[in-house]
Design a protein. Sequence first.
Length: 255
Amino acid sequence: MPEEWRTATLAEKIPEAVLKRGPKIVWNILSKEASGLLVDWEISAPQQWLHVRARGDDAEAFINLLLEKYGKAPVQSSRIERWDVRRGFITGSGRVGFGVYVDLGIVEPFKKDALFPLHRMRAQLADGTVKSAREILFENALVDYFPVDVVVSEIVGDKITVELADRTYDQFQQWKKLLFDRVIAVGIERDYTENIIKTANLGLDVIKIETLSLLVQCLICKFDTDSPGIVARLGNRLRGVALASFRSPAKALLA
């Protein structure tokens, strides 16, 4: 009897640019979790969500390690309930108006994104100021594939409405209080980010790298370093990687 495969869809969305380059980048990251385990495993990305299947003596342990570290995508819409806290990714940030959509990983029976409506964006990200969705996204560097924890606030028919959960809301509040610009890099793993910072001689300008998701990194700039300058210096070195600048409001007030 053939050995049974263990499967899981992780709460990690793989940028389209990464998928075009091939699975090696994702494989290398997950290989660290499989080190020392008796397991054969494969990866795929249906609808861009990272799916893993494994078999072998340690297959269950391997899958559980991944779920503990990266979380689990719901896949089916029936698994979403009101007041759930879910991990999602900004999507369609270039097509905004009455809010922005968040991909929660719902792909069955059909793909469905949740709406983060403009009035909640203003309340949570703009201190209630009457700004457009585009302005709010730009000011907070909320580009496609930016990971966010959200609360499912309403489900009406096939329409899902969300707002930021405490973890992500607190994250942005902290970013705004601190005197550091940040650069969001989408489509790159942490190790390669560290190497690029060294080869670009930016070690004195980027003081820390925070991993926001598997392939989204946050580069924290030195107090007297402006994030647009870092974006300009990294742009030519990071083909296929999207870069977005977060300017610290607290720092701007001191200027």
